[in-house]
Design a protein around this ligand. Structure first.
Ligand SMILES: Nc1ncnc2c1ncn2[C@@H]1O[C@H](COP(=O)(O)OP(=O)(O)OP(=O)(O)O)[C@@H](O)[C@H]1O
Ligand SMILES: [Mg+2]
Length: 258
């Protein structure tokens, strides 16, 4: 099993006093592409962070590639994973290329980067940006890129770490439909061609059905669904507006306009 969570509960509590992650168990195999869904505050980002050891757990255990995540081996385990944080987490003042190179800082020693990034890393970063259709933008400051281009820089920064597992937290948020599909297609290609295990947080059921075979839905820190990503709207007939809260406000306006 590539990822295994057994009864994990976070130390942090919600306003109602229950743990933000409340007794979650799930197993994800190598090469799976999983969509993680749920309303705002359901615990999606917290679950991804817990897989990287970025939040404290009160109970339960996380295993990555059969190794128990502990403070002693966290550094070694993190080398097998990369995370695209919600919002991208890029440095706006740096070029796309330098942002990608920042992804190497976790596995290069300080003296190796004291005089700047080495040539082979620079070439690899450029290759990744090229693969993601951003060759012409490599030297451009991230602040001057569009949202979709930024997300692809964030993907390249994750990929330079050669992860076996890629955790992407809302990589399509704020993007138009075409840019969202570009980003999702980039993730799907990595999954297909390099067998990278991908967990991607989404708010869109159709997008989940298109790219992921499996969906996990969280509610109040608990898994309420774990299964096929197909026909979720039918299965969650009543809950769809809960899964997609943003539609609540938009629908009536569209209906009025029509
Ligand atoms: N560091 C923290 N300390 C205390 N509570 C937190 C912390 N981080 C998140 N929370 C709370 O935990 C709950 C889950 O947050 P999380 O960010 O995991 O939700 P999410 O499902 O990713 O939501 P969104 O769709 O808005 O990104 C929320 O109620 C949030 O307020
Ligand atoms: Mg989140």
């Amino acid at each position: 099993m590539t990822i295994e969570c057994k009864n994990i509960s976070s130390c942090q509590k919600s306003a109602l006093g229950s743990p933000i992650l409340n007794n979650i168990s799930c197993q994800i195999k190598k090469g799976e592409f999983v969509a993680l869904l749920g309303v705002n505050g359901a615990g999606k980002s917290s679950l991804l962070k817990s897989l990287m050891g970025l939040i404290f757990l009160e109970k339960g255990e996380v295993r990555i590639n059969d190794f128990l995540l502990t403070p002693n081996n966290i550094k070694k385990i993190r080398r097998q994973m990369a995370m695209i944080f919600q919002g991208g987490g890029l440095i706006r003042q740096l070029s796309a290329l330098d942002n990608v190179l920042c992804g190497t800082l976790g596995f290069r020693s300080s003296w190796q980067t004291l005089w700047g990034f080495n040539q082979s890393d620079r070439l690899l970063a450029l290759e990744l940006l090229t693969e993601l259709g951003l060759k012409e933008h490599a030297q451009q400051k991230v602040s001057k890129l569009s949202g979709g281009q930024r997300q692809r820089v964030a993907i390249a920064r994750a990929l330079i770490q050669s992860p076996q597992i890629l955790l992407a937290d809302e990589p399509t948020s704020g993007l138009d439909v075409i840019a969202s599909h570009h980003v999702m297609e980039s993730l799907a290609r990595l999954n297909r061609e390099k067998q990278i295990t991908v967990i991607v947080v989404l708010h869109d059921l159709e997008m989940a059905a298109t790219y992921a075979k499996r969906a996990i839905i969280l509610e109040k820190g608990q898994v309420i669904y774990d299964g096929s990503s197909q026909n979720l709207s039918a299965q969650f007939n009543q809950s769809v507006p809960i899964i997609l809260p943003s539609l609540n406000g938009i629908k009536p306006i569209i209906q009025q306009a029509a």
